[in-house]
Every structure is written in structure tokens, then in C-alpha cells.
Design a protein around this ligand. Structure first.
Ligand code: GLN
Length: 264
């Protein structure tokens, strides 16, 4: 505990100094706002953690992160005049890591804004609307969620899809996987009868690798994704929100949206 506190203080001292320098160089285009009043774990860089197994939001292709979230966060970083360093991180570790405010500044990973998570961290304004889906193998004969009573359901550890299955499928044996992609592999291998996951990710996996699977239910949970920020860093929340709102106003958000999704 003590060590962490000292480290945090040291880090913020260094950061205040470096932000001062940035201010003097006049590099920031929105210096009139209070939004530059934030700390960074690595001065000059927006350090971001993401579980890069959630296409089309984030996925590793030839070792490089690609996806809607990746484009959004790179654009946010550009608008703040910062380098962006995206690190692959386990999904269920993102909120605790950002809460601790020492590993990374932001988490982006198709993360649904929930009251439970808001107890631990700040969210940006919502940047994407989502829902849940239940996926089964086409040849399973399963056409309705009621047939999944007592079945094994694959979900991503710590996700709202995992919670949904536990709460809504009677006697479900929900198996939590670290990687969302592993849920589909388990389904295909017969280790699970269904996957419970966000609808856009279900659709993308079926489209690109699992054409033998199908969505039997779309559940309108009305989830909204937010970028995760430490409660110690409200200035960064303000800066991220400003960047998101500017991107929406000038059409950049729409450009990124249509790059990854056919219709809005
Ligand atoms: N949107 C879901 C959640 O926040 C799933 C996110 C994910 O698995 N990357 O729990």
C-alpha cells in the first residue's frame, strides 16, 4: 500500500512537470480548456490497455491491434497531442488495473458502462451502443434459449455476457474464458453448447471464422460502451469526452464507424 502511494505521488510529480513543458511549447490546440489537467503513467504517452480478442472492436492481426476501438483511441490520442501505446491485457483485469492508476491511463475493450464498474472507475461518455447474443452450432438442433437449460455456456471472463447467461439460462454451467475467441473455439469443439457474447462480436466471428455457427437470440440489453479512466484522473475523463464529442461533430467518428460497420 505505502509503496504504491509513493510511486503514484512520484509519477504524478513527474507528470505535472512534463505537462508544464508541453504547455510552454504551445503544442496543444485546445489549451483554453481545463482538459489538459490530467496525469499520465508515462508522460507524453496515452497508455491504453485492451483485451485484443474482441473483433471488430480490437483484435491482434500479425501482432498488431486493429479494430474500431483501436481507431477511436488512436484518434483520441492524436487530439490530445499524445503518443498512443496500446497494450494487450486480460479483459477481467482492465477495470482493476485502471482503478489502481499505475499500469495504464485508459482501458478500451468494448466495455459496457455498468453501475458496478462505476463504483471502481470513471467512464467516458458512451461511444457505442450494443446488445447481447446467444450463438450455437447450426447443426445442434438448438433454436431457442429455453433448450439450453443446464447446458455449458462459454463466455468471456468478467463480461456482461457471462453475467447474462448466469442470470437468464436455467442451471447454466457458464465457463469463463480469458479470450473471447476461445469461446467460439470451445463451441466448435463441442466443449460448450452456446456462447453468450456481445452481438457485434458474435456477428463478426460468425462472418470471419465460424460460419457453422449461428445466432439464435439477440437480447436487447441496451448496453453502451465507455472508455475506462481512473477516479483519480477526472481531468483525463474531461479531455477524452471533449475529443469524442469533437470527433462526432466533425465526422471523424462516422468515418471510423463506417470503416468497421456497414450501416449505422
Ligand atoms: N461488453 C461486454 C462487457 O463489458 C463484453 C466486453 C468484452 O468481453 N470485451 O462486459
Amino acid at each position: 500500500m505505502k509503496f504504491k502511494k509513493v510511486a503514484a505521488l512520484l509519477a504524478s510529480g513527474v507528470l505535472v512537470a512534463s505537462l508544464g513543458l508541453v504547455g510552454c511549447s504551445g503544442g496543444s490546440s485546445n489549451s483554453q480548456s481545463a482538459s489538459s489537467d490530467y496525469t499520465l503513467v508515462n508522460p507524453g504517452t496515452l497508455t491504453v490497455i485492451s483485451s485484443e480478442d474482441f473483433p471488430p472492436f480490437e483484435n491482434l492481426e500479425n501482432g498488431e491491434g486493429v479494430g474500431f476501438d483501436i481507431d477511436i483511441i488512436n484518434e483520441v490520442g492524436n487530439r490530445l497531442g499524445l503518443q498512443v501505446d496500446i497494450q494487450n491485457y486480460s479483459f477481467d483485469g482492465i477495470v482493476p488495473a485502471i482503478a489502481a492508476n499505475s499500469t495504464a491511463d485508459l482501458g478500451i475493450s468494448g466495455i459496457t458502462i455498468t453501475p458496478e464498474r462505476e463504483d471502481q472507475i470513471l467512464f467516458s461518455d458512451p461511444y457505442f451502443d450494443s446488445n447481447q447474443a446467444i450463438v450455437v452450432m447450426k447443426n445442434s438442433g438448438i433454436t431457442d434459449v429455453s433448450q439450453l437449460k443446464g447446458a455449458t455456456i462459454a463466455a468471456q471472463s468478467g463480461s456482461t455476457g457471462s453475467d447474462w447467461a448466469k442470470e437468464n439460462i436455467e442451471n447454466a454451467n457458464v465457463v469463463d474464458y480469458q479470450e473471447a475467441t476461445a469461446c467460439f473455439a470451445a463451441l466448435q469443439a463441442g466443449q460448450a453448447q452456446a456462447v453468450s457474447i456481445d452481438l457485434p462480436v458474435a456477428a463478426q466471428n460468425i462472418k470471419t471464422g465460424y460460419s457453422d455457427a449461428t445466432i439464435i437470440q439477440e437480447t436487447p440489453t441496451g448496453e453502451q460502451y465507455g472508455i475506462v479512466i481512473s477516479k483519480d484522473n477526472p481531468g483525463l475523463q474531461a479531455a477524452v469526452n471533449q475529443a469524442l464529442s469533437d470527433m462526432k461533430a466533425d465526422g471523424t467518428y462516422d468515418q471510423i464507424y463506417s470503416k468497421w460497420f456497414e450501416t449505422k
